[in-house]
Design a protein around this ligand. Sequence first.
Ligand code: AMP
Ligand code: ZN
Length: 114
Amino acid sequence: MTTDCLFCRMASGEIPVAKVHEDDLVFAIRDINPQAPTHVLVLPVAHIGSAAELTEADAPLLGRLFSVAAKIAQQDGLEGGWRLVSNVGPDGGQTVPHLHMHLLGGRSMHWPPG
Ligand code: AMP
Ligand code: ZN
């Protein structure tokens, strides 16, 4: 845990937050500034700065992140599809330096993103 990291403090319970999902590897929360009817962040419990730090050894974590996202999409009734995106670094638009996947759905998405 990194004590000055917002998402680490949520993972540990130091900052209370309603968790959509929680297990030994990942947890999920609703984004405070939703960009779609469903906007959930799916995150590792352990601190990883961004997708740029991932290695092949993180395969179990990545499998869990994706399967949890799919489960939440199903729970939220996103039958028409959904988007999973992870911003990396300043050019990627990352504002919180703890790896997270944005699960977005409930409306039609545009491509390319801004
Ligand atoms: P990114 O800009 O890709 O790093 O995504 C960070 C996301 O965290 C943004 O979509 C923010 O709205 C969201 N966020 C920031 N603070 C909170 C919070 N306290 N609870 C839930 N989501 C948050
Ligand atoms: Zn962290």
